[in-house]
Ligand binder design. Structure first.
Ligand SMILES: *[C@@H]1O[C@H](CO)[C@@H](O)[C@H](O)[C@H]1NC(C)=O
Ligand SMILES: *[C@@H]1O[C@H](CO)[C@@H](O)[C@H](O)[C@H]1NC(C)=O
Length: 261
């Protein structure tokens, strides 16, 4: 009897705690650097910004709607958790073997949601890794909007993201990556070229050319096909050194990869 009572007390306590956490995440105002809405960039046939966001707040609400969906969060933290870490660990190990990442690299995962990519970096021995997302999930993921990263300039050696399609302002997304990467730092993006994103995407990319153009202070390192949770292409840039005006020869871009651009 006593056991049953304490069992239900514990269950009630856990329920209140989880409800509290969800409520806290939902109502806590976003502490982010202000994003002053810009006019949408002129439409490009190869990088199309989706219409239908009445305001930046509406965009944020829609993004958070998926991120905070309790059913999805439960899948992401259980069934999906280790499966994704294993796949991410494979991508990162390969990049490390190519000299684009090292155990000592300071790493940021942009739009990391539950943080599997951060966990993958730490698992393979890259310990200085953190993620940002609109909804935080400490200790792996801090609160942050990729349109206005909450970090100082030249903070990271390596940045990874597979959410470029969620950027309402792709130029800001890239400018923030180039701002927070140190010179010589590496940015790895996984994007979908051959298929469309989901209903939460904010842009559709039809070729890598517009992306290449947005990285104005970086050189292309490589492009290759990957199989990354619906994303088919890995594109890697290295931020140029300040005094390096002309693009260095791209070390990892054999002709066949160039042809993907
Ligand atoms: C979030 O999504 C649900 C289900 O699609 C919808 O009913 C709800 O209105 C959405 N909320 C917001 C704030 O967009
Ligand atoms: C990096 O870390 C991994 C895992 O701890 C280790 O196996 C590997 O030897 C380390 N690499 C270097 C160069 O220290």
């Amino acid at each position: 009897m006593k056991r049953e009572i304490s069992g239900s007390v514990v269950r009630a306590f856990i329920f209140c705690l989880s409800a509290g956490v969800v409520l806290f995440l939902t109502v806590q105002p976003l502490q982010r650097r202000a994003v002053v809405p810009l006019p949408l960039p002129p439409p490009s046939p190869e990088l199309v910004i989706r219409r239908g966001y009445a305001s930046y707040e509406a965009y944020l609400r829609r993004q958070l709607n998926k991120t905070l969906d309790p059913r999805l969060r439960s899948i992401w933290t259980t069934r999906d958790w280790d499966r994704k870490i294993v796949v991410f660990a494979g991508f990162f190990s390969r990049l490390r073997s190519e000299g684009l990442l090292s155990n000592a690299s300071s790493c940021l995962c942009i739009g990391a949601r539950m943080g599997q990519e951060v966990a993958a970096l730490r698992r393979i021995g890259v310990h200085d890794a953190v993620g940002i997302d609109l909804a935080p999930r400490p200790p792996l993921v801090l609160r942050g909007d990729f349109h206005a990263q909450p970090f100082d300039d030249a903070r990271f050696d390596f940045e990874f993201s597979n959410v470029f399609d969620h950027a309402l302002y792709p130029d800001r997304f890239v400018a923030e990556v180039e701002r927070t990467l140190r010179p010589g730092g590496v940015c790895v993006l996984h994007v979908a070229i051959d298929r469309r994103g989901d209903k939460y995407s904010a842009n559709d990319l039809f070729s890598l050319r517009p992306l290449h153009r947005l990285f104005r202070h970086s050189d292309l390192v490589h492009v290759r096909k990957v199989d990354g949770f619906g994303l088919d292409t890995e594109i890697v840039f290295r931020k140029r050194n300040n005094n390096q005006e002309t693009a260095a020869a791209t070390t990892y871009a054999p002709e066949i990869n160039r042809n993907l651009l």
